[in-house]
Design a protein around this ligand. Structure first.
Ligand code: ATP
Length: 241
């Protein structure tokens, strides 16, 4: 059987942008990933809602990964009841027959720096490899000092499939777009262009549907800066269910 190395990129994707695509591409190239699942997070009703609906966020993911062989949009978290915990998502992949050593959870260095606050920490690190990619202004080189308890699990690519042992935390330095969902929403609300920040078909979707602008009836604008993204994504500061 061919070796399967599966990347999982999770996010609120409000909207998906080149920073997200760049980290997944960097992990794919550095670790030789053979497929990539892009998993849109479910934000339950009692939490602060993204501006775009789950349908719209998922649609933008589908558009963003168009023509990328091996990449798939996943509605796994949107179909599940309750909050999107990364540990739950990894468990669902395991239920579908993936080994923990076949899974690579792709994440930016800024979000990973917060890992100790995640639901199911530290066990979550045993459920998949982590592929941690630098973000502008946040090099992965800072992580061993920031997270000394995890330093001996951190490794640099390439991935040695014959190594065995528990999953690792791969540190990947790569140039990624200096962009955030918050900045994109603010630009839309201010009527400024977002060319080059998201793929052209995502930009077209945002403009066609009037996302992130209060000028369309019934549409909320980018009202307030969003809560810490890692908190929304990974269950930080939430009570265990
Ligand atoms: P928002 O501004 O809406 O809070 P965001 O654009 O920062 O969101 P998230 O959904 O919070 O995006 O990020 C999902 C993942 O993508 C996180 O692991 C984050 O570190 C990573 N990421 C987002 N933007 C970039 C970027 N420009 N470069 C590298 N990593 C990024």
């Amino acid at each position: 059987m061919t070796e399967r190395r599966t990347g999982i990129l999770g996010g609120t994707f409000d909207p998906i942008h080149y920073g997200h695509l760049n980290i997944a591409e960097a992990a794919e190239a550095a670790l030789g990933l053979t497929q990539m699942f892009v998993v849109t997070a479910n934000i339950p009703p009692h939490r602060r809602q993204p501006i775009a609906s789950a349908y719209e966020r998922y649609a933008m993911v589908v558009l963003a990964i168009d023509k990328r062989p091996g990449w798939r949009a996943s509605d796994m978290e949107l179909r599940a009841e309750g909050p999107s915990y990364t540990s739950g998502t990894l468990a669902r992949f395991r239920e579908r027959g993936y080994l923990r050593t076949e899974l690579f959870f792709v994440i930016g260095a800024d979000a990973f720096a917060d890992i100790a606050a995640w639901h199911d920490y530290p066990e979550i690190l045993d459920h998949a490899h982590f592929a941690v990619v630098s973000r502008p202004g946040f090099s992965v080189a800072a992580l061993p000092k920031m997270l000394p308890a995890l330093a001996d699990r951190m490794a640099r690519p390439p991935f040695d499939a014959h190594r065995g042992g528990p999953p690792l935390i791969f540190l990947i330095d790569a140039p990624t777009a200096d962009v955030s969902g918050t900045a994109i929403r603010a630009r839309c609300e201010a009527g400024q262009p977002i060319d080059g920040l998201v793929p052209p078909n995502v930009q077209q979707y945002i403009e066609q549907h009037g996302l992130y602008t209060s000028k369309i009836p019934g549409r909320r604008a980018a009202d307030v800066p969003s809560a810490a993204a890692a908190g929304r994504l990974h269950g930080k500061n939430r009570q265990a269910p």
